[in-house]
Design a protein around this ligand. Structure first.
Ligand SMILES: *[C@@H]1O[C@H](CO)[C@@H](O)[C@H](O)[C@H]1NC(C)=O
Ligand SMILES: *[C@@H]1O[C@H](CO)[C@@H](O)[C@H](O)[C@H]1NC(C)=O
Ligand SMILES: *[C@@H]1O[C@H](CO)[C@@H](O)[C@H](O)[C@H]1NC(C)=O
Ligand SMILES: *[C@@H]1O[C@H](CO)[C@@H](O)[C@H](O)[C@H]1NC(C)=O
Length: 232
């Protein structure tokens, strides 16, 4: 009787762990770049400043920017990296499919680098908007649009590079993407203005963040259950 009770207990425990693992793995499947844009806008409206439009084209340019600066991202917060102006129109825009005549004015950028993945709010206050320069940039009244790109340096680990670009161009008519606004699909990293989830592009891949991990867990669970039943 005691044994049966223990078994039930074990089953209950194992099943809850399994459920928890599934839940944890299905969390954060949003787009962190969009989350950061929301945080930026909340911060601005908190200071009575107008919201910035989330521009998909600018977001993709921010991703290209981050990509180019990846090599200059160590573990320090700030990144010393200044792509040339030509890179924007000759490399970044074509890589995204931004229609060149619609390329607008970039009125500011913030780059941040971190060894581990941080949640967008943490990244915002600890890494990106953490000094006078970046805070005043965030509050600048001339910005109208914003775009965020995030990239991870290595396939299975960081560092993570976040790039925020501001533009002072007329809303909705700049950084227009070809292919009916779809632009060119990006293989690495993620950016704001799209509904593509970021998670797979830049999160640390733990055991439970993939289906194989869950399968392994399930097998272990079944195996233990069988052996316990044999013991009885
Ligand atoms: C905006 O962000 C800055 C920097 O993280 C913070 O100090 C400030 O309190 C925030 N303001 C609002 C209104 O959220
Ligand atoms: C990256 O860092 C190196 C060394 O500090 C510098 O020479 C280079 O210009 C940087 N790259 C960019 C794109 O700014
Ligand atoms: C706001 O940004 C514009 C364009 O980059 C710049 O000319 C201006 O000096 C900035 N204003 C403040 C208050 O920093
Ligand atoms: C830009 O587009 C958004 C969504 O498509 C719309 O809500 C907004 O009014 C537009 N802004 C301007 C200035 O046209």
């Amino acid at each position: 009787m005691m044994m049966v009770k223990k078994l039930c207990c074990f089953q209950y425990f194992a099943l809850s762990s399994l459920l928890l693992a599934v839940l944890v793995s299905s969390k954060h499947h949003g787009n962190s770049a969009n989350d950061l844009v929301d945080i930026i806008n909340k911060n601005r409206t908190g200071q009575k400043l107008p919201q910035l439009s989330n521009s998909r084209g600018l977001g993709c340019i921010a991703l290209q920017y981050a990509k180019e600066c990846m090599g200059n991202c160590s573990s320090s917060k700030s990144v010393n990296c200044h792509p040339s102006e030509d890179d924007f129109t000759e490399i970044f825009a074509p890589n995204c499919g931004v229609e060149l005549p619609t390329f607008g004015t970039i009125s500011g950028f913030i780059l941040g680098c971190q060894p581990k993945y941080l949640e967008p709010l943490e990244a915002f206050s600890n890494v990106l908007v953490h000094d006078k320069r970046t805070l005043s940039l965030l509050k600048n009244k001339t910005h109208t649009e914003v775009g965020v790109g995030i990239i991870k340096a290595h396939k299975h680990k960081g560092p993570y590079l976040w790039c925020i670009l501001f533009s002072s161009s007329q809303r909705n008519t700049t950084f227009v993407l070809d292919n009916l606004g779809e632009g060119i699909k990006q293989k690495k990293g993620c950016y704001s203005g799209t509904s593509f989830p970021c998670s797979r592009a830049h999160r640390d891949e733990g055991l439970f963040s993939n289906k194989i991990g869950i399968m392994v867990l399930l097998c272990v669970f079944i195996f233990f259950q069988e052996s316990l039943l044999k013991l009885l």
